[in-house]
Design a protein around this ligand. Structure first.
Ligand code: TTJ
Length: 696
């Protein structure tokens, strides 16, 4: 071959040269051995992700044909014996013998690695490469023990088969057809995918659904024929026409990204009705954006380049953010919602509560870093900024109700930000918390040694009273908190510090908060949460853990936070007293005592059970002394000595140290309970109805 392969540097260097062909059109062909030697280089891993990557690679070919407007239907099917089958009704990969290469385009595509993600011949490039490695069908072929392609074209069915990437014969005509399209079957090589060739229905459904949103108007079907009972014909274009009795799913979204935004916001409360949507090409970059604001403060932005998700964003997101900030400021001013005295919305203000999806398609794509997680192409920034900025301004003009709702929402973010800053400035001015005296309700300990010191956070004044009397006042401090201390509402520092209860806690702990937080000032090395063993107690514990997790994380990470374990029952028989910390323990204690009968205080059913289980021994003992079981509803019901014996005495008590995972879990529950996702909140409460009876 006259044109030899050129390395990347020379390729770029040749860019300016005006020739009939430039270096980028030179096709670099290679055998498939490198793929089998180092599969990880081409598909990332040989685990489940890499295995599924094979499906994405083959699917991408069909999808690109559909994006070109040549195919309207794609069907992915899982077949028996590990095979996957992908079909489209596009033009069909050319099967005629190419005069130069002496083989068909089909064979070339299936058997040669092409560098640079491009395949020569077609002036626009064979495809917009989308897959993680952009190397396509030949890689899949190389890593499959058996591959078969059937092309329906010009009245004929044409077929070629391969074993680990090597053709078994030339392309053969195997029948006639009235259709056109391409079908690829492949069975991944189990010697490469050592973790097994197990397809995940879930993974494939998620991927295909996302692709369907990105390529609107294309019908994408998934069929699970792995366990098909009846025989079926596999060389006709679409299996769905045979009406197999197997599971299947079809995705088709007329609205594209607009549908995707609606899908994301299904469990949210939108603040305006119409979803913004634009699709337009600018400077060779196809731009598509959809967005809608919801009643929430977090933002959800997803960006795609050539149909690949960019988890780290990139130039398209940058362009989006500048245009969004500019358009909303301009509109806010012109509509006089943003008054003269108001300052401008910041980039953060306009992101609160937004759900947005950005998709760009461009011929020569560049990424930052090793993976395709971050888009680097600079032209995407300008194109998104122009297309989206203009369209958003027009949308705001044409939809005044939506515009007003959006601007008011963003204005709320601006005000909250300013209020938060003012509150933070006033409360957190260096030394402000230091200078403050310890709260009156804190019963401090005598020791000044933080290592020895323990702070009990107890619920309510009556528990506060008992524990103050029962404690070891040399090392133990008590801080009673009242009721529902903090409906923190996603915990803005200013709102939290407005709560006297929280301020008391922060001052008692000694570390301050926010920018001036200092763990070395922690006044107690054990912060012990001692709430009641009921639903309210659990709620307050969740709130406290959330507070600590969000604003005092080092205190949790340092292992300074504990949860006290007060007993649920006091069991008295004659002179012996026992405490039980769970129902199971209570039963065990009763058994040990050889219980006869009891004045069971709370629940007669429990008494019956206890009686039944202890029956064998009742016969053996004489008429035994009565057993009294008391169920504690709260710490306040214990007298000081009971509280000391069971919950506070370091030699007898049980403390549970809070791990960062526990706190994270509390934080999640907090979001469900306090967040705006009404549906999950309902389902959480319903599924936990036995445990929780919450006033949310
Ligand atoms: C290429 O340019 C000439 C007309 O056909 C174009 C083409 O190759 N189209 C095409 C390829 N449609 N579908 C494919 C394809 C589909 C699957 C599932 C797998 C592969 C490798 C290619």
């Amino acid at each position: 071959m006259a044109k030899t392969a050129q390395k990347g540097g020379e390729k770029r260097g040749a860019k300016g040269a005006a020739k009939a062909y430039d270096a980028s059109s030179i096709t670099v062909l290679e055998g498939l051995e490198p793929v089998r030697k180092r599969p990880g280089m081409y598909i990332g891993t040989t685990g489940p992700d890499g295995l599924h990557h094979l499906v994405w690679e083959i699917f991408d070919n069909a999808r690109d044909e559909a994006m070109g407007g040549y195919a309207g239907d794609i069907e992915v099917a899982l077949l028996p014996d590990g095979y996957v089958r992908v079909a489209d009704n596009g033009r069909g990969v050319p099967v005629g013998i190419h005069p130069k290469t002496k083989v068909s385009a089909l064979e070339t595509i299936m058997t040669t690695l092409h560098a640079g993600g491009k395949f020569g011949g077609d002036e626009s490039g064979y495809k917009i490469s989308g897959g993680l490695h952009g190397v396509g069908a030949s890689v899949v072929n190389a890593l499959s023990e058996h591959t078969k392609v059937v092309v329906h074209q010009d009245g004929g069915q044409h077929m070629q088969e391969y074993k680990i990437g090597k053709p078994l014969a030339k392309v053969k005509k195997i029948g006639t057809t009235k259709e056109h399209g391409t079908i690829v079957f492949f069975k991944p090589d189990a010697t490469i995918f050592k973790e097994g060739v197990e397809w995940s229905w879930e993974k494939i459904v998620t991927h295909l659904r996302q692709q369907a949103y990105l390529v609107k108007g294309v019908r994408i079907a998934l069929i699970d024929a792995r366990a098909a009972k009846d025989a079926f014909e596999t060389d006709t274009l679409f299996l769905r026409e045979q009406k197999l009795n197997v599971p299947s799913m079809t995705f088709y979204f007329e609205g594209g990204l607009k549908s995707l935004v609606a899908f994301y916001n299904k469990h949210q409360t939108p603040v305006h009705k119409n979803i913004f949507y634009v699709e337009r090409e600018q400077d060779n970059v196809q731009v598509e954006v959809a967005l809608q604001y919801v009643d929430d403060i977090t933002s959800r932005i997803a960006a795609f380049a050539n149909n690949t998700y960019n988890s780290e964003g990139g130039t398209h997101i940058t362009g989006f953010k500048t245009a969004l900030t500019r358009a909303l400021n301009t509109y806010g001013r012109s509509a006089n919602i943003l008054k003269e005295k108001d300052e401008n919305f910041t980039g953060d203000d306009v992101l609160e509560g937004i759900t947005a999806v950005i998709s760009v398609k461009l011929p020569e794509i560049q990424f930052e870093g090793q993976t395709k997680a971050k888009l680097g192409s600079v032209e995407a920034q300008g194109a998104v900024s122009t297309v989206f900025g203009e369209a958003l301004s027009a949308f705001l003009e044409e939809n005044p109700d939506d515009a007003r709702a959006i601007i008011n929402k963003v204005l709320l973010a601006l005000k909250a930000r300013k209020a938060a800053k003012a509150a933070k400035d006033s409360v957190l001015r260096k030394g402000a918390l230091e200078g403050m005296t310890l709260p009156g309700k804190l019963a401090d300990c005598q020791t000044k040694s933080a290592e020895e010191g323990e702070l009990f956070i107890v619920e309510g004044d009556s528990a506060g009273g008992s524990s103050k009397q029962g404690r070891d006042r040399r090392t133990q401090a008590i801080l009673p908190l009242r009721g529902k201390i903090l409906n923190v509402e996603r915990a803005r520092i200013d709102r939290m510090l407005a709560s006297i209860e929280i301020r008391a806690l922060v001052i008692a702990m000694g570390t301050a908060i926010g920018d001036v937080f200092d763990i070395s000032k922690l006044r107690y090395h054990k912060i012990i949460i001692a709430t009641d063993a009921d639903v309210d107690g659990a709620h307050i514990r969740t709130l406290l853990l959330t507070l600590l997790y969000r604003h005092f994380r080092p205190i949790i990470e340092g292992g300074f936070v504990y949860i006290a374990q007060p007993p649920l029952y006091k069991i008295v028989k004659g002179k012996s007293v026992a405490y039980a910390y769970s129902d199971k323990e209570k039963e065990a204690v009763l058994k040990e005592l050889g219980t006869a009968t009891g004045e069971i205080s709370e629940n007669p059913l429990e008494g019956d059970e206890a009686l039944e289980e202890a029956e064998g021994e009742v016969v053996a003992t004489k008429k035994a002394t009565k057993v009294n079981i008391q169920r504690y509803k709260g710490l306040g019901e214990m007298n000081p000595s009971e509280l000391w014996e069971t919950t506070m005495d370091p030699t007898r008590r049980v403390l549970k140290q809070v791990s960062i995972d526990d706190a994270e879990a509390a934080d999640r529950i907090f979001d469900i309970l306090m967040g705006t996702d009404v549906a999950s909140r309902k389902s959480f409460i319903q599924s936990n109805a036995k445990l929780a009876n919450l006033d949310v």
